[in-house]
Design a protein around this ligand. Structure first.
Ligand SMILES: [Zn+2]
Length: 379
């Protein structure tokens, strides 16, 4: 399956944080042809293992590399049924300015189509018309009278945005939940490419649950604990360049990716990713994060005694809206980088990470110029 087709399947599926089952089935189906083993963690994350080709005389266990993206998405949740209209809250952080007039799917006892409505502009005061309508004033209309709505929907039911992926020019696509299912696409792409490459490390391709809760990264913590990798690379979306953009670390779309730097990233893993990108003529820029990156990398880095972790930024416009936009070309390049990175890992790199070589100090230095100011927080 092409990267574009897989992204379409994933993005059009529903899987709000904590309820990823439908997406998980698609991920397992995509990983299966390239994996020696697939497990699902108690939390629900998918772990696909592709074993490295070791020298048969070498009886030491193969080192492990983990590459991951999160497969959950932000969504809404019913809080009240009010004369047949559904009041709601959000799971994760939507851009509330653009929720009005979205078409949604209410996952009640059966799936119901609905729309997000509010009072029409004609009846608003001048002041109200100027303001973003707070979520508490929005409601979902599924067209049902109160009694029937209560039969089919209950408080706590989930709601997702109904949105088909659309192709734009220049190999760009737009849709929902590219955050972070586009990362899962790059991980699948890496697995596919590794099937025709030699690699000596065991590769763990992981699709994690529960990132968008924004607080505890339950999927990443638990799956990383289970795998206990020697090195890990997290992938998440970051803000792409667009008009009026003042975002720090904005990476231009169709020009590769960001390879993150900062305390949330192991400098040697960063450097290795950059070296492999250069050797394969894959474009990238260095992105600078002065603190926690707000991604799974933050969790992965502090599992057990600490995991040397890298982070790749996927350039994405309009994050946390239903028209997230990215480049398929970028995704393909990132998949290629991930595969080449995994294939490049050898015993000497492992020794460097474990501090068993002297050359490490010299190599751990600030890399190429960082772009703009350091980041505070994102996602
Ligand atoms: Zn997000």
């Amino acid at each position: 399956m092409s990267a574009k087709d897989f992204l379409q399947k994933l993005s059009e599926a529903s899987g709000v944080t904590g309820y990823e089952h439908a997406v998980r089935e698609l991920v397992i189906e995509a990983f299966r042809p390239y994996a020696d083993e697939i497990t699902v963690t108690t939390m629900g994350s998918v772990i696909a293992l592709k074993r490295g080709a070791r020298d048969p005389k070498d009886k030491t266990p193969a080192p492990k590399v983990l590459i991951e993206g999160h497969m959950d998405e932000i969504g809404l949740m019913v809080t009240e049924i009010d004369h047949g209209f559904l009041r709601f809250t959000q799971v994760g952080g939507f851009d509330v300015r653009v929720l009005l007039a979205q078409e949604v799917i209410v996952h009640g006892r059966k799936e119901l189509r609905g729309i997000i409505g509010s009072r029409p502009p004609h009846v608003l005061t001048d002041q109200e018309r100027e303001q973003v309508i707070p979520m508490s004033d929005l409601f979902i209309d599924v067209g049902l009278p109160d009694e029937r709505a209560r039969e089919l929907v209950q408080v706590g039911d989930l709601i997702t945005i109904a949105r088909k992926m659309t192709a734009l020019k220049n190999n760009l696509v737009t849709g929902k939940a590219f955050d972070d299912r586009s990362a899962v696409v790059t991980v699948a792409e890496a697995l596919r490419q590794l099937s025709t490459m030699k690699h000596t490390w065991d590769v763990y391709a992981v699709a994690n649950v529960q990132e968008e809760d924004g607080a505890w990264f339950g999927g990443a913590f638990t799956s990383t604990y289970q795998v206990n990798p020697d090195v890990a690379v997290a992938l998440d979306v970051s803000h792409a360049d667009q008009p009026n953009t003042t975002e720090i670390n904005a990476v231009p779309i169709n020009e590769g990716m960001g390879i993150a730097m900062g305390p949330n990233v192991h400098p040697r893993v960063h450097q290795k990713l950059a070296e492999v990108a250069k050797a394969n003529e894959i474009p990238f820029q260095v992105t600078a994060y002065a603190g926690p990156t707000g991604t799974d990398a933050w969790a992965i880095q502090i599992v057990r005694e600490g995991i040397p972790t890298g982070l790749i930024d996927i350039p994405l416009r309009y994050m946390h809206t239903s028209v997230e936009t990215l480049s398929i070309t970028d995704l393909e390049r990132i998949g290629r980088l991930l595969a080449a990175f995994c294939a490049s890992l050898d015993d000497s790199f492992l020794k460097e990470l474990k501090g068993e070589t002297n050359g490490a100090e010299e190599e751990i230095r600030q890399p190429q110029k960082a772009t703009r100011k350091p980041a505070k927080k994102r996602r």
